[in-house]
Design a protein around this ligand. Structure first.
Ligand code: G6P
Length: 622
């Protein structure tokens, strides 16, 4: 939530900061701002609304300077407007702060600072930060920052510039990601994520909590509130620039949907041994320390009696698919918990248990809180994460990366299928180590898994057909999504995609639960999307009964069925066929038409698909 950036160097400051903010806009986009030090004074522009407005303003009237900061906001405290946009200032406008996170004790601090004569003009929590630093400034700016930061409760990623020391940027983090990029010729760029940095440099240092960085031309040092010197290694970011461009697609979301044959291939690459179809997960080769003993992550996991998966949003849906996979393939009792709930619940530690946190961004605040809570309790925590070097990836004991490339569209698509692919590999791996699956069955599943990318390509070729269905139904205001077994979470995910980007109310339900409530809603105005792909057990027959129940009440049905099942047409207003695969792999195929359906409906309704209202891609606040 919120993207922050700071730049010190000789390039055009408007260009560097705007380009960085463009890359960070997925983190929040309700208002934005920029501030530079020019001739010893702070000059700034901030606006309510999208970045293109700021861009137009700067094109007409650019700022000049070699040191600046920028911000793109997702409002937490205070409505999106110009006054609440960042940067926020102290009374005399000598200190400018951009902030990502939430200051939880801002109210108390604001009251206290007001009693000391500070005047506040915004409704933000952030505004207390420049005032607090102002309060403690007595000639040494770093000392004032070091005094102020320990008084803040909550989370922050901060970039600060000041007229008191106009040649420096001060940067600090606690709980919100920040990366320092070290360029050539003495330039530096600091940002909430690497996408805003890699245009200019690939040499970076990831900041840790409670670190403060002071940057000036050609030089930087890292310290903390105790004034200790901190030495950190630099790393190279390997991200490909093409990954974060639209590549000819009208939206990132469509590009990312179409990338899935390739991204799943990348997720599987090198993890299935060619000669015997055994699964090998490099990330689980890591040695971890449990009860003072060193053990490889994979050897610990083989003996677990219970797995708790925790995540948010789409990642939580992938976790639900994982529950089916881990229980049916590896016979490990698994529970899936919303991270936002689990972090405040009584977590019970049992012997031989593991927590898995799933996160595309690796920065989701609630998921991170669960990770930290479990670690404090001495429970080993493993990550299934996409963004390399993200906070969750760094803090887990070990983990498995998705390798699906940058996901920019706010509605997650390719990360979901890669998460499910990783959970499939993990389940197969545990099954193989526990001798649970017969070799023939394992070979069949692995071969089917390797065919998934080609089968997704076949589904993507149906885009025009799905677009036609979307155009037919785009005016409806409610949708119901039904699925059973391993496809129940896919129904949830289909409904989430639709509501996120088209603002249509949509509910996902286990098909058989419909008769306990939602059936009352069914009439000709309620399209029902049903996942009814072939399964080898009785579930398929039961789903057919559920569809009959919808039809007999006048509902419109859009059915996802297995190729060749012509019989289903009698129950369907629309059918989208997907190729046949093993039952437990069907989520990887069935979700694709649901992603496309949501996309085309949202486009037809004129919605901003990549930046849906009120949402942000990376939710780094509670
Ligand atoms: C936000 C995004 C969702 C995402 C969720 C969890 O709500 O809009 O697309 O699924 O956060 O994010 P994570 O990065 O932890 O997977």
């Amino acid at each position: 939530m919120c993207g922050i950036i700071g730049y010190l160097g000789e390039r055009n400051i408007n260009e560097v900061i705007l380009r960085g903010l463009e890359r960070l806009e997925y983190r929040g986009y309700d208002s934005c701002g920029i501030c530079v030090v020019c001739n010893g004074k702070l000059e700034y522009k901030k606006i309510e609304g999208r970045l293109h407005k700021l861009k137009e303003m700067l094109a007409r009237d650019p700022l000049a300077g070699n040191i600046g900061i920028g911000h793109t906001r997702w409002a937490t405290h205070g409505v999106p407007n110009e006054i609440n946009a960042h940067p926020q200032f102290d009374c005399k406008k000598n200190i400018a702060v951009v902030h990502n996170g939430i200051i939880e004790n801002y109210h108390t601090l604001r009251q206290w600072l007001s009693s000391r004569g500070h005047q506040f003009i915004s409704d933000t929590d952030t505004e207390v930060i420049p005032h607090l630093i102002e309060e403690y400034y007595h000639g040494n700016f770093l000392a004032a920052v070091q005094h102020a930061l320990p008084l803040l409760e909550g989370t922050y990623g901060l970039a600060i510039i000041t007229t008191y020391e106009p040649n420096k940027i001060f940067v600090a983090r606690r709980g919100s990601p920040l990366i320092l990029g070290i360029g050539t010729g003495g330039e530096f760029i600091v940002a909430s994520d690497a996408t805003a940095i890699i245009d200019w440099t690939r040499k970076v240092t990831y900041l840790s909590d409670d670190e403060i960085v002071v940057i000036e031309k050609g030089n930087y040092f890292i310290t903390n509130s105790k004034n200790e010197t901190i030495i950190k290694d630099t790393e190279e970011v390997l991200m490909d620039l093409a990954e974060i461009e639209k590549g000819g697609y009208p939206h990132f979301m469509l590009k990312e949907i179409f990338e899935q044959p390739e991204t799943i291939t990348n997720t599987l690459r090198g993890r299935i041994l060619k000669d015997n179809n055994q699964v090998r997960l490099g990330g689980l080769e890591t040695e971890i320390i449990i009860d003072d003993k060193k053990i490889k992550a994979k050897d610990y996991l083989v003996n677990v009696d219970r797995i708790v998966i925790s995540a948010c949003g789409t990642s939580w849906h992938a976790g639900l698919v994982g529950e089916y996979l881990l229980e049916s393939l590896a016979r490990v009792p698994t529970e899936v918990e919303y991270a936002s709930e689990l972090r405040y619940r009584t977590m019970i530690k049992l012997p031989n248990m593991a927590v898995f946190v799933i996160s595309q961004s690796g920065e989701t605040a609630d998921t991170l809180a669960v990770l930290r809570k479990a670690k404090e309790m001495g429970i080993p925590v493993f990550g299934i994460v996409n963004v390399v070097g993200s906070t969750i990836a760094r803090e887990t004991h070990a983990g498995i990366y998705l390798h699906c490339g940058s996901e920019i569209g706010v509605a997650s698509t390719k990360a979901f299928t890669s998460q499910v692919a990783v959970l499939t590999l993990l389940s197969l791996f545990l099954a193989q180590r526990r001798n649970i699956l017969h070799d023939t069955v394992r070979h069949e599943i692995v071969s089917a898994l390797l065919r998934i990318p080609t089968q997704i390509e076949l589904i993507l070729r149906k885009k025009d057909e799905i677009k036609r269905i979307a155009e037919k139904y785009h005016t409806f205001n409610n949708f119901l999504y039904l699925g059973r077994g391993i496809n129940f979470p896919v129904a949830l995910e289909g409904a989430l995609k639709l509501k996120e980007i088209s603002y249509i109310h949509a509910e996902g339900y286990p098909a058989a639960e419909m008769k306990h409530g939602p059936i009352a809603l069914i009439d000709k105005n309620m399209p029902v999307v049903v996942i009814a792909t072939d399964t080898d057990d009785i579930i398929y027959e039961k789903v057919l009964n559920n569809i009959e129940e919808v039809k007999s009440r006048g509902g419109n049905t859009i059915i996802i069925a297995t190729e060749g099942n012509t019989g289903i047409c009698r129950l369907a207003d629309e059918v989208i066929y997907v190729p046949k695969t093993k039952d437990i792999l069907t989520p990887l195929l069935n979700v694709i038409p649901l992603q496309l359906l949501a996309y085309y409906i949202a486009v037809k309704r004129g919605c901003d698909v990549d930046k849906p209202r009120h949402l942000a891609k990376s939710v780094t606040v509670e």
